[in-house]
Design a protein around this ligand. Structure first.
Ligand SMILES: *Cc1c(COP(=O)(O)O)cnc(C)c1O
Length: 461
C-alpha cells in the first residue's frame, strides 16, 4: 500500500529541511545522538524486512540520508565515520562536487539514447580515458557495462571469442560477482553460491599465493598454480586466467611479488588471455592508478567498476585492441551499458583521480593505516597480519596460539565499531578480516578517530 501523496511529500520536505546536503560540506565529525539504530533507522529497517527480499543483507543498521567527505549521516542525525566507501565505490568521496555538477548537466541534456542505437560523446570519452590510464602503452579498446559482474562476464566472452577456447581459470579466495558465470568464478560458497547452482561449466580453480598462510615465495606459488593448470586444464583448452591483483572479498590477500609476473609470462607464452579483475583495486585505491602497477604487470584485459564513477553504476572491460575487436558487431553491449549520466560522472571522477592528488592521498592514508594497525598488532597477537597497499588495508584476526582464523572476534569487533559510529567492513574466506577502504576525501583526524574506535573495540572484545 502506498502512503497518501501529500504525506509522502511532506515527509520528504521534512527530511530535506532537517538534513544537510551531502558532499564535503557535511560537518566532518563522528556524532552519536541516539543508539545505532536510532528510531528512524529502525523504522526503515522494519519496512525493509517487510518489502525487500531477505537475501539482500546490510552491514550497518542505519537509514542513510546524506554522505560526503568521510561521513555518512543517518535519519536520526547520527554521523558515522565511513571506512568502507560503499565497498570501494566512493573513492573520491560521496557526492563529490565535480560529479554532482557533471551529472546535473547531463541529466538535463539527455538521459538515454542507448549507445547501440545512437552513440554519444560521453561513452567514447570514457573509453578513450580508460585506454589511456590503464597499464601498458599498446593499442587498447574498451566496452562499457553496468556492473562489475557484467564486466567480468564480458571479459570472459571476449577472451573465448578471441582464443576460440573455452576453459577459464580462477583462483582460491577469488571473488568476481553474483551472476551465474561470476558465481562459478567466485570461490566462497557461503553466502555467494550456496543453493544457487548449477554453475557455469569450464571453470577451474588454481591455488593463490597467500604468503601469510602458504609461506611460499611468489615464484614457488606460481610454479604450483601453473603445474595444476597444465595438468588439470591444459593451455590448449584455456581461454583465460582471471585474477584480482589484490583480492578484495577474499581477504585483501596480497600475493608474493613474483607470483603475478610469472602467471602473466606463462599466459603470454601459451596463448592464454590474462584478465586482471581490478573492480575493487582500480582507480587510485592501492596508491597506484591500478594495482597491476604495484606488481609491474601489464594485463591483456582489465575489468573495472566500483570506483570508476564516484558512485554511479558503470563498469568496463579495457584491453588489447586485437582481443577486444575479435567479437562481431552486436555481440557485445546491453541496453544501459555506458549510460550517459554514468559516463558524465566517470569523466568527472577520472579528472579527480588524475588531477586532484588522489594517488598521493591513497598512499598517505595507507601509511597512516599501516602504522596505526601495526602498532595495535604489536601489542595484540590476535592480529595475525596487517597487509595491503594504499587505502586498501586489512587486518587478519587469528587465534594467537594456533594461527587459526577467528571469525567470531572479527564479527564482534566490526559490530562494536558500527555501534560506536564507525562503519567497517569484514571480508575473507574465513570471515576473519576487517578491511579498511576509506574514501580518499576523509580527513586525517577522522581516520585516526576511526582507528581509535577499532582499537578500543578490539581491546574490549
Ligand atoms: C565487487 C566486485 C565484483 C562484482 O561487481 P558488482 O558491481 O557487484 O557486480 C567483481 N569483482 C571484484 C574484484 C569485485 O570486488
Amino acid at each position: 500500500m502506498s502512503r497518501p501523496l501529500t504525506l509522502a511529500l511532506m515527509s520528504a520536505v521534512d527530511t530535506v529541511t532537517e538534513t544537510p546536503l551531502g558532499g564535503p560540506s557535511l560537518p566532518q565529525e563522528r556524532r552519536l545522538v541516539t543508539s545505532i539504530p536510532g528510531p528512524r533507522s529502525q523504522e526503515l529497517l522494519d519496512r525493509k524486512s517487510g518489502a525487500v527480499a531477505a537475501g539482500v543483507g546490510h552491514t550497518a543498521p542505519v537509514h542513510a540520508v546524506a554522505a560526503g567527505g568521510g561521513v555518512i549521516v543517518d535519519a536520526d542525525g547520527n554521523s558515522l565515520i565511513d571506512l568502507g566507501s560503499g565497498i570501494a565505490v566512493t573513492t573520491i568521496g560521496n557526492a563529490h562536487p565535480k560529479v554532482v555538477e557533471a551529472v546535473q548537466a547531463q541529466v538535463a541534456q539527455f538521459t538515454h539514447t542507448c549507445f547501440m542505437i545512437a552513440p554519444y560523446d560521453g561513452y567514447v570519452s570514457v573509453a578513450e580515458a580508460l585506454n589511456r590510464i590503464t597499464p601498458g602503452d599498446h593499442a587498447k579498446k574498451s566496452a562499457l557495462f553496468n556492473s562489475g559482474a557484467e564486466a567480468v562476464e564480458n571479459a570472459v566472452k571476449i577472451a573465448r571469442k578471441f582464443t576460440g577456447k573455452q576453459a577459464v581459470v580462477a583462483f582460491d579466495h577469488g571473488y568476481h560477482g553474483r551472476t551465474n558465470l561470476t558465481m562459478a568464478l567466485t570461490a566462497k560458497s557461503m553466502p555467494y553460491k550456496s543453493g544457487f547452482g548449477p554453475f557455469a561449466s569450464e571453470i577451474y580453480r588454481a591455488p593463490l599465493s597467500y604468503p601469510f598462510r602458504d609461506g611460499l615465495s611468489g615464484a614457488d606459488a606460481a610454479k604450483k598454480a601453473i603445474s595444476i593448470i597444465e595438468k588439470q586444464v591444459g593451455a590448449d583448452n584455456l581461454a583465460a586466467v582471471i585474477i584480482e591483483p589484490i583480492q578484495g572479498e577474499g581477504g585483501f590477500i596480497v600475493p608474493a611479488d613474483a607470483f603475478l609476473p610469472a602467471l602473466v609470462e606463462w599466459c603470454r607464452a601459451n596463448g592464454v588471455v590474462f584478465i586482471a579483475d581490478e573492480i575493487q583495486t582500480g582507480f587510485a585505491r592501492t596508491g597506484e592508478m591500478f594495482a597491476s602497477e604495484v606488481f609491474g604487470i601489464v594485463p591483456d584485459l582489465i575489468t573495472t567498476a566500483k570506483g570508476i564513477a564516484g558512485g554511479l553504476p558503470l563498469a568496463a572491460v579495457t584491453g588489447r585492441a586485437e582481443i577486444m575487436d575479435a567479437s562481431h558487431a552486436g555481440g557485445l553491449g546491453g541496453t544501459y551499458g555506458g549510460n550517459p549520466i554514468a559516463c558524465a560522472a566517470a569523466l568527472a571522477a577520472i579528472d579527480v583521480f588524475e588531477n586532484d592528488g588522489m594517488i598521493q592521498r591513497a598512499r598517505e592514508i595507507g601509511a597512516i593505516l599501516t602504522e596505526r594497525l601495526g602498532g595495535i598488532q604489536a601489542a595484540d597477537p590476535r592480529i595475525g597480519e596487517v597487509r595491503g597497499h594504499g587505502a586498501m588495508i586489512a587486518a587478519e584476526f587469528v587465534d594467537p596460539e594456533t594461527g587459526e582464523p577467528d571469525p567470531a572476534l572479527t564479527a564482534a569487533v566490526a559490530k562494536a565499531c558500527i555501534a560506536e559510529g564507525v562503519i567497517v567492513l569484514t571480508c575473507g574466506t574465513y570471515g576473519n578480516v576487517i578491511r579498511f577502504l576509506p574514501p580518499l576525501s576523509i580527513t586525517d583526524g577522522l581516520l585516526h578517530e576511526g582507528i581509535d574506535v577499532v582499537a578500543a573495540a578490539l581491546a574490549a572484545s
